[in-house]
Each structure stands twice: as C-alpha cells, then as structure tokens.
Design a protein around this ligand. Structure first.
Ligand code: KG4
Ligand code: ZN
Length: 357
C-alpha cells in the first residue's frame, strides 16, 4: 500500500471502533471500518451508562483493532501513525482508547495523534464525498448539535450550538416519553410516517431570533404536556405527536441553518454538509436539501454509517495531520469537554453523552 496508512481508534461513547485509512495524493481510502455497537448493553437503561460503556470498550477493543487490521490486510509494521479520539466524550471510554493507542505507538515506535472527535465529524465529507473547503457543517447527533464553518484542517469556526439538549437527545427523550424504544430517533421517524404533522402545534425555541444557536428542551416539555393532555395515548396519538415533533424540528433547522448561511455570506460555503445520527432522518435530509437549494449550494450527506460514530473519521483526521506536518501529541490527557473552535465562548450544560461544545 502506498501513501500514508493510519490506524484510527474511537471509544468516546457507546461504539468501540477501529479503522484503517490510507491517504495517497490527497485522496483518502477507507481500507477497513469496524464498529461494534454496545446498543444492547445500554438499551434496558434507555441511554448510555458510562461505567458499562468503559468496561465494554476494555473487553472489545483489542479484537476490534485486530479485525480492522485484518480487514485492511495490513500489520502494525505497515502503519505510519496511530490516531485516537481524545475527547470530547465519556472519560472512562476515552481512557481505554488513549491507553491502548499509546501502548501500540510506544511498542511500534509510531507517532500518535490525539484527535478531537468533532474534528473527525467535521472532516468526514472530505473523505467520503471529496467535498472541498470551505463548507458549512450541521452536526446533529445524540451528544452534539452545532453549526460549524469548516475552512480546512484545524480551521473551524463555530457559528452556533445548542444551549440545552442535543437534537438526538430530544428525539430519544421524546421517544421515551411516548413509550417508544431506544434509540429514539429511528422509532420516532417510523411512527411519524403514519401520523398527522399538523395535529399538534409545538413551540420552536429561538426561531426568528438572530444567530444560529439551538434550544430543544422547551419543545420536549411541550410534547410531554400535549401527551399528558390526551392520555391514555392511542397508536394514532403517538404517531401524530411524532409527526408533529419531527415537522417542528425540520422548521427549526430550516430557520437556524438559513441564518448560518446569511452569517457567512461574505465568504460563502461551497456546500452544506450534514453529519451525526440525526442526519439519517429522511424528513431532516429533505428539509436540508431544500435549504441548500435556496442558498444555491449542494447538500452533502455522507453515507449514514460514516455520519454516525466511527474510527475511519479519526484515522482520516490523523492522516491529514501527519501529511500536513503537524506534531504528534502523545502526552495528551483525555478531555470530557473539548470545543472544536477553542476561540468560541463555551455553552452551558452537560450532554447525556458528554460535552456538547
Ligand atoms: O451520531 P450518533 O450515532 O451517536 C452520537 O450521538 O454521537 O447519533 C445517535 C443519535 C441518537 O440520539 C439517535 O436517536 C439519533 O442519532 N438518530 C436519529 C435517527 N437515527 C439516529 N434521529 C432521528 N431520526 C433518525 N432516523
Ligand atoms: Zn459523534
């Protein structure tokens, strides 16, 4: 294999992941991408339990790394660097990944890159869709909701982020309230297909206001009140609540992303890129497509498996850093909170899956 070959490791939340990515002549190639989900271990609790996550990473990581090397048909001696997620996320899990990466790097005398998980999401479209910089990124997952102008490697300007719940978290909490299974996003989307999106009028926090921050906690409370008002709920009620919730979300995204496009109109992005688990939602994608069309830029959504947490994005960020001559940083201490744009003012609140900013 020619070019730069990097092993990536990701353990910041409830996925144990390892991947091998090659970078040759500016082009990235995913040689392997192994993601072991801990969904079953956490499902009974309706969310991620940090201690269970850390223990599961310890048990699975060695084998996941072995599988990633085997699938890529490489050995440790073919690698040029190791890249590992060092934050933001659940510290127990991060420590498992960082200690393992550090051990491999020391034993094999390889440079180690401590990668910000959000940088992985931010750079994915350049790997999967060869998107050119700058682009406007909407990252909507269970732990994060932010709009970021991605100018290139290590060039991130956060335009807005949530001041309370992450969007995926709002889907998950809504699902839980309505008795739907975890993770809530796909369950709410499925229920919504049968529902009337206009039956319930729900609030759209911050919509119409300047800027592009997000707020979802008032919306979640409104769904609960509406549900309590008509309890006991029939299947039709649940479908109507899900459809109304989802429609409201798309309207909020429309307003916020529209404002972000205006905010960067002096040096407009070349595309709108979506990432994170919520970007798998059809209604969300359709609405973002419409917003992009209005702004006159293409809409790019990487394949769902690379929108959600994975190690290929971490390996890719490491490969770009190695190629750009960045120093390795193997003395890095894992961080629960680690803003992508260090210059942006921190937002308050802890996410279910760690920090949101
Ligand atoms: O990116 P991800 O896999 O993990 C992190 O949170 O980092 O995102 C998971 C989140 C969950 O909150 C899940 O409910 C949401 O993404 N999600 C969806 C859909 N699929 C996953 N939300 C709405 N519609 C979906 N189809
Ligand atoms: Zn993520």
């Amino acid at each position: 294999m020619t070019g730069i070959v990097v092993l990536g490791i990701e353990t910041s939340c409830d996925e144990t992941a390892a991947a091998v990515v090659a970078l040759d002549g500016g082009q990235g190639l995913i040689r392997s991408n192994i993601v072991l989900s801990q969904l079953d271990e956490h499902a009974a609790y309706g969310g991620v339990v940090p201690e269970i996550a850390a223990r599961a990473h310890v048990e699975a990581l060695d084998q996941v790394i072995r599988s990633a090397l085997e699938a890529a048909e490489v050995g440790f001696s073919d690698l040029n660097a190791i890249a590992v997620t060092a934050g933001p996320g659940l510290v127990g899990g991060l420590l498992v990944g960082v200690m393992t990466a550090r051990a491999i790097a020391a034993a094999r005398n390889l440079p180690l890159y401590a990668i910000n998980h959000l940088e992985g999401h931010a750079l994915t479209a350049a790997l999967t869709n060869r998107s050119e910089f700058p682009y406007l990124l909407l990252l909507v997952s269970g732990g994060h909701t932010q709009l970021v102008m991605v100018g290139g490697l290590a060039d991130y300007q956060r335009l807005g982020s949530t001041i309370d719940d992450a969007l995926g978290e709002a889907f998950d909490k809504t699902a839980k309230m309505l008795g739907l299974p975890y993770p809530g996003g796909p369950a709410v989307e499925a229920a919504a297909t049968e529902g009337d999106p206009n039956r319930f009028k729900l609030p759209k926090p911050l919509v119409g206001k300047p800027g592009c921050d997000f707020s979802f906690s008032g919306l979640k409370t409104a769904v609960r009140r509406a549900a309590e008002g008509i309890a006991p709920l029939t299947d039709r009620d649940i479908a109507d609540l899900c459809a109304s919730f989802q429609k409201t979300i798309t309207e909020i995204l429309d307003d916020r992303v529209g404002n972000a496009v205006q905010m960067v109109s002096k040096s407009p992005p070349l595309a709108l890129v979506a990432a994170g688990g919520v970007a798998a939602n059809r209604a969300v994608r359709d609405r973002l497509q419409a917003v992009s069309a209005e702004a006159g830029i293409p809409f790019v959504a990487p394949p769902p498996a690379l929108c959600t947490d994975n190690a290929a994005m971490i390996a890719w960020a490491g490969a770009l850093r190695l190629q750009a001559g960045h120093d390795s940083n193997d003395d890095f201490v894992p961080r629960a909170r680690w803003p992508l744009d260090e210059s942006a003012a921190p937002k308050l609140g802890h996410g279910r899956k760690g920090a949101r900013v």
